[in-house]
Design a protein around this ligand. Structure first.
Ligand SMILES: [Mn+2]
Length: 317
């Protein structure tokens, strides 16, 4: 037995126990994990905010509380794969947020993505509310190629100007749709938006896959149809796409959603169909103040680890 059992353990409080990175350019990371502690895109008093605490909630609730992923990998019993072994994940910290300065903050988010891409790493972002996905995707504007955008969400987030607000967590797809470098947009799990918003999204060419279609067709058939391995896909996971029972700690829990197993299978089949050609990922809308026994934080942590693990497994296969 060579297992080393320590007498004491100091938590490093980074995502997944990853190395804390101070100078991104000096490291050759596979994945740069970035926190965006931003909740100013949330409508008060209608929706409970608190998503700014999400990055630290994930740092405090890693996938496994016993070992860091970097040491033993992440064993996925469903696929019999040990994921993330030898993969370099770094925690580069949180975007600096200046209160009340929306444009400045969005520019910082975009510039953070550009800096990550310049280093050769894949940006893995932990929000924040869903409004951050617009400046995150904007970070790919100089890449010189098109990307597809796939998001999981109970809502279309394709609103126009709700409460006279242009940049909030219900409009980011509206802005992403206008990027000339974004080719196809697909939303999976949408179920609570107005009929007018559904109509507008369909007219704008957004492919809408409701939960009933996930139930009927399964993850594999859906991803084989949606994903083109030749074009990089950016993936955004609003945790409220899952059923409320799996994500009590979200800002806007919605019943009738995707199960955890379906979400997991969708991420697996997405990476398989894409041959790992996923150019970026974000996970958003955890509200730790609403969480129950850290269930939602642990679930979000696990899904984040799985998408990196599946991506690396299928890369160039
Ligand atoms: Mn959303």
């Amino acid at each position: 037995m060579s297992e080393k059992i320590p007498n004491f353990y100091a938590s490093r409080r980074t995502f997944m126990g990853a190395e804390r990175i101070h100078n991104l350019a000096e490291h050759n990371l596979d994945y740069a994990m970035l926190g965006v502690p931003y909740a100013e895109g949330t409508f008060a008093p209608y929706i409970q905010a608190g998503q700014a605490e999400m990055p630290n909630a994930l740092r405090d609730n890693p996938v496994t509380i016993f070992f860091d992923i970097g040491d033993v990998g992440l064993y996925d019993v469903d696929t019999d794969l040990t994921l993330l072994e030898g993969i370099k994940i770094g925690d580069i910290g949180d975007v600096v947020i200046s209160p009340g300065e929306g444009e400045l903050n969005r520019n910082r988010i975009t510039n953070s993505v550009k800096e990550i891409l310049k280093s050769g790493a894949v940006p893995i972002t932990v929000g924040g509310d869903h409004s951050i996905t617009y400046p995150l995707v904007r970070g790919f504007e100089d890449c010189g190629h098109q990307i597809d955008f796939v998001y999981f969400d109970a809502h279309l987030d394709f609103a126009d100007m709700p409460l006279q607000s242009e940049f909030n967590h219900g409009t980011q797809t509206t802005h992403i749709r206008k990027f000339p470098f974004v080719r196809n947009i697909t939303v999976i799990g949408a179920r609570n938006s107005t009929a007018a918003e559904f109509r507008r999204a369909k007219q704008a060419g957004i492919r809408i896959i409701p939960v009933s279609e996930v139930d009927a067709c399964g993850a594999k058939a859906i991803m084989q149809e949606v994903i083109d391995a030749n074009v990089p896909t950016y993936v955004s996971l609003d945790i409220d796409g899952m059923d409320a029972v799996y994500v009590p700690g979200t800002t806007h829990p919605e019943s009738g959603g995707i199960t955890f197993k379906q979400q997991k299978d969708l991420l697996f089949e997405l990476n398989k169909a894409a041959k790992g050609n996923i150019c970026g990922f974000d996970i958003v809308e955890l509200c730790p103040a609403n969480d129950v026994n850290h269930i939602t934080a642990l679930t979000a942590s696990k899904l984040t680890a799985l998408i990196m693990g599946y991506r690396s497994h299928f890369l160039n296969k």
